[in-house]
Design a protein around this ligand. Structure first.
Ligand code: PLP
Length: 381
């Protein structure tokens, strides 16, 4: 059967082979997955059971249940101080991934360019390619991973239509500086670029960080496409529930596209999201953050004592972006050998655009993390 050019051109994941191998060992310590090891709150699950028991299981409107859109609107107002009309400026999606992909379908014509800051979540690049667009990679500053303003300006061409900012950032855990963000927003305004702001890790900002959300810095809603997800915040990755908030004209296009793609997000997940955003779960969310912080502090202090590894203290997310240059190995070699010799799985940095690094995800309990660090140290010794 014939396969499309798009299908053939999207590269396979550089970590697929690694995943397969990792599964073949019974004692693998897996630092690869950005999937919280916490359970979705019982309160959320009970609300979904109630919805199912009262037989609420049809399609919703393409944009999502109005009650959920109202909750999302309240949530954005609370978190970011921005007001979005639930009837026309919000759409519920199948995770942030579908929000991102549909936004790109809504924006791009073949040959259009989208600026993506590196290190990046590689799905951005593939989604842009799937829409016939071109991802223009702009490196962030060496070591701090903050926005490099000169590089961004140099990357803008007449074909540039959008910039994606993943703030806070996967994989580096960086919270971009206010000055860097303001510059991106100012340039975007000057050149009429859409700003796609992926806030999936917004709930995972550590207390000491100086975090400025993009909406709080950007009064101009006209160019902003705000994307978020319940996945990481409420440990709900498998529920596949996200949303996009944007100007009414943009959302109208999104709803039309969604109608032709998935119709709507799954109804039980929409009820779960209503419960998540309505119930006072801040203690549970804070509890998860405390636990991630403990894990982060432990691993960063361990890495500080391993001569060939270096890392920053991530200001957000449950990832650590580890510089392995001094080992003389590429990320791919490092990850392959570490898995083979010590049965520890990490993601080579090539998956995020820089193979002088590996990414370590802290989505497991302390006991396993400690064992993983013992093995990594032994591997390097
Ligand atoms: N954006 C970034 C930067 C991510 O790392 C991820 C998942 O790992 C997503 C979006 C996808 O989120 P969702 O589970 O809501 O589709």
């Amino acid at each position: 059967m014939k396969l499309s050019r798009v299908s053939k051109n999207i590269p396979g994941s550089p970590v697929r082979e690694l995943y397969e191998k990792a599964k073949s060992y019974s004692d693998t310590i897996d630092f690869t997955l950005g999937d919280p090891d916490f359970y979705t709150s019982r309160k959320i699950c009970e609300a979904v059971n109630d919805a199912i028991n009262s037989r609420r299981m049809n399609y919703s409107s393409n944009a999502g249940l109005m009650k959920l859109r109202e909750r999302i609107s309240d949530f954005i107002a609370r978190e970011d101080g921005m007001s979005y009309d639930p009837a026309s400026e919000i759409m519920v999606t199948v995770g942030a991934m579908e929000a991102l992909y549909t936004s790109l379908v809504n924006l791009l014509d073949p040959g259009d360019e989208v600026i993506v800051f590196s290190p990046y979540w590689s799905n951005y690049i593939h989604m842009i390619q799937m829409c016939g667009g071109e991802a223009v990679i702009v490196n962030t500053e060496e070591d701090t991973f903050d926005i490099d303003v000169d590089k961004m300006k140099a990357a803008i061409t007449p074909r540039t239509v959008a910039v994606i900012i993943n703030h806070p950032n996967n994989p580096t855990g960086t919270v971009y500086s206010e000055a860097g963000l303001r510059y991106v927003l100012q340039l975007s305004e000057q050149y009429g670029l859409a700003v796609i702001c992926d806030q999936c890790y917004r709930s995972l900002v550590y207390p000491e960080a100086e975090y400025h959300s993009i909406p709080s810095l950007y009064a101009r809603k006209e160019n902003l496409i705000l994307i978020d997800s319940l996945s990481k915040r409420f440990a709900m990755t498998g529920w596949r529930l996200g949303y996009v908030a944007a100007p009414a004209q943009f959302i109208a296009g999104m709803v039309h596209l969604q109608e032709n793609m998935v119709a709507c997000a799954a109804l039980p997940s929409q009820y779960a999201a209503i419960a998540a955003l309505s119930t006072a779960l801040s203690d549970e969310v804070r509890g998860m953050l405390r636990e991630y912080k403990m894990r982060r502090d432990y691993v960063v202090s361990q890495i500080a004592n391993i001569p060939k590894l270096r890392c920053n203290l991530p200001q957000a997310t449950f990832y650590i972006w580890v510089n392995i240059k001094a080992t003389g190995l590429s990320g791919k070699e490092f990850a392959g050998r570490l898995l083979e010799q010590e049965h520890v799985a990490v993601v080579p940095g090539i998956a995020y655009g820089d193979d002088r690094y590996i990414r370590v995800a802290l989505t497991m309990g302390m006991e396993k993390i400690k064992e993983g660090m013992v093995r990594i140290r032994r591997f390097l010794d």
